[in-house]
Design a binder for this molecule. Sequence first.
Ligand code: MGD
Ligand code: MGD
Ligand code: SF4
Ligand code: MO
Length: 722
Amino acid sequence: MRTVHKTCNLCEATCGVLIDVERDKVLAIRPDENDPFSRGHICPKAFALKEIHEDPDRLKKPLRRKGKDWEEISWEEALEEAASRLAEIQKKHGDNAVATYMGNPSVHNFGTLFYSQFLLRALGTRNRFSASSVDQNPKHASSLFLFGHILSVPIPDLDRTQYLLVLGANPVASNGSLMTAPDVRARLKDIQKRGGKVVVIDPRRTETAQMASEHHFIRPGEDAFFLAALLHTVIEEKLGREGPAASRMTGLEDLRKLVRPFSPEAVEARTGIAAAEIRRIAREFAKASCAACYGRIGTCLQEFGTLSSWLVDVLNLLTGNVDRPGGAMFTTPAVDLRTLANRTGNTGHYDVWRSRVRNIPEFNGEIPVACLAEEILTPGEGQIRGLLTIAGNPVLSAPNGVQMDKAFSRLGYYVAVDIYLNETTRHAHLILPPRWSLEQDNYEVAFHGFAIRNTAKYSPIVVEAGPGTKADYEILSDLTLRVLEKKAANPLRRAALGAARRLKALPSPRTLLDFLLRTGPRGDGYLPWKKGLSLKRLEENPSGVDLGALEPSLDQVLVAKSGKIELGHPLMGEQLGKLAGRLSKKLEKKNGELLLIGRRELRSNNSWGHNSPTLAKGSNRCNLIMNPYDADRLNLKKGEDVNIRSRVGEVVTRLSVSDEIMQGVVSLPHGWGHNREGIRQGVAGKNPGVSANDLTDEMPLEQVVGNAVLNGVPVTVSGVEA
Ligand SMILES: Nc1nc2c(c(=O)[nH]1)N[C@H]1C(S)=C(S)[C@@H](COP(=O)(O)OP(=O)(O)OC[C@H]3O[C@@H](n4cnc5c(=O)[nH]c(N)nc54)[C@H](O)[C@@H]3O)O[C@H]1N2
Ligand SMILES: Nc1nc2c(c(=O)[nH]1)N[C@H]1C(S)=C(S)[C@@H](COP(=O)(O)OP(=O)(O)OC[C@H]3O[C@@H](n4cnc5c(=O)[nH]c(N)nc54)[C@H](O)[C@@H]3O)O[C@H]1N2
Ligand code: SF4
Ligand SMILES: [Mo]
């Protein structure tokens, strides 16, 4: 028996696990007490690493659609077909006729993250989509507007802060996001133990809210009002404090004018939080020795998502908490994607082109996924006819799943790089299944960069996959060279690319990682006498290397052209103006209408954990939670099946009644709905649930980056007989 050290790559927390293996059999998965970051913490999901690894439904060979059935084909045939069909569509209809969609797990895999970039470049399409437009794009936009780089996201310094203000995140269940922190629960308790405070603003009394010092219900979608009122109070009561960023900020006078209308009294009715409470929170936040405001999914998936994310950062700035220990700090990881991007000049961009059908601005080279279906369904020049998805399940994860189903079924050619035949990939003409987590080595390049502590860890291959299997990076680099070869007009270039492919010309992830570590800010620079990092050094420290607490680094981080942090950013000014316009409008609500929000629970993993028997256990997890007042009013009883309707669709699910949710709001998790025809996920199919995104609407978009508004969706709920 041998024991292999690995970082669990199922969620952002990056916990260290020990995996006992006998020959090719995984015997046990245990927490790694010596991991300097996770310190022996794991969650129940870690066990899914074994179950998904052993899942008989997990695909191992390329699958080609044959009528209503599927046939296994060789890799050579599969890769050749995929590249030719995509290139053919592009030659005939232009590069933009092929779309790409990158899903969440691609960020958890070093190979996919890097090598997909080559393939996207080879395809050269403007129709790039990803899960980021149903996720964190508003946070990237705020970072771009304030600090000049989409990746410069200030991370709450959880282990030192004295006051954590959380909006729209439930890290005790989700294990944190853009705040990589194993064992959030313990770290939140520690804040309270050292005399600090945790305050949660959420329409639901979540697992995080339950252990917080305070929780306030907020009406969904109204966070920008609440945050603007906090800023109003800080400015009007002169509670601001000079922090490390003070000398870099400009436009304070503009900001003061912009937030003047948002007195706590003016936003009280909209937010549902009493003015006196808003004032108290602003004062306590500003007066804490150090404090961090943190907003996540709840604040991103709403109409004013970018503004909310920006106000979170500005609140941290004005109270002197950005770049201050115990405040919101930047990371200085061993492989810094930010400096890599700086070197290539790609720090992020906005509105350089627009989507064809709805004229929606691109953000960082991507069109919002809420626009994907219409780009496939609307005829005309530039219509999407071909699709490549990598580790994504947009039928369940993006708005209006039924329309997405319809669109995907009309595609001329669709190739999916995925481990399952699921709700999305069932529409593919070809599925290319990579080796999975335990069969690949990895380095959490993205999440080291968003972590509350600087550490570095390399995860080697745990179990060798048999011959005839391919890692994501091999599939992607092979496809890259084949696509380039097919698209090359010049025969010499075509021949060279063909030869390069046969020689496997792209470096392996190991080689690339070693290079990035050694030439990175903490690397040995290939100098034998220097004690910096290299792959070898990480391999000698299998539990990981601790690089210490977050360090002040604003001087290196700030790359805005002006060299300044612009508090009066024109776009954000415009957004605040629009928001102010809403202050005088009365809140309109149709009779019987409720606002639907999402939730996550510990034993789920977006749309694809449900085929793991351990995670699938437990009944009724896809319930609709409703406040007793609304249930009474609508004459609905706990445990009965209810019909939920929105503009785009309807679903039926079980009702839970609880005062953990505020009046007028209902909550349903996303990622369920495994009862669609033709999927191959036996365990998930037994307890399918319904898809929340069969209710969410693709039309309302976040005003700046076009994120889907997946929270605060108007729905009506009725008994099934009715
Ligand atoms: N209503 C609502 N919708 C939401 C959200 C919400 O809060 N509410 N949250 C949004 C968020 S934050 C996200 S990130 C998205 C997620 O949206 P997506 O990324 O589209 O979906 P996932 O459910 O993560 O599906 C991941 C896919 O990757 C495959 N996969 C797993 N591991 C690998 C691998 O190693 N290689 C490859 N090639 N494939 C793999 C799985 O089989 C699955 O098909 O959902 C979003 N949708
Ligand atoms: N167990 C588990 N862990 C996960 C995932 C998973 O599916 N399951 N997914 C992973 C992914 S991809 C991500 S991005 C992260 C996300 O991590 P989090 O951001 O922590 O996501 P959620 O747990 O969905 O928490 C969002 C919270 O926002 C609240 N909310 C909804 N609308 C509003 C609003 O308008 N205003 C406010 N203030 N709050 C609102 C919801 O009630 C909910 O409590 O989790 C990751 N971790
Ligand atoms: S918290 Fe996340 S990283 Fe840690 S064991 Fe659970 S799923 Fe894995
Ligand atoms: Mo996400």
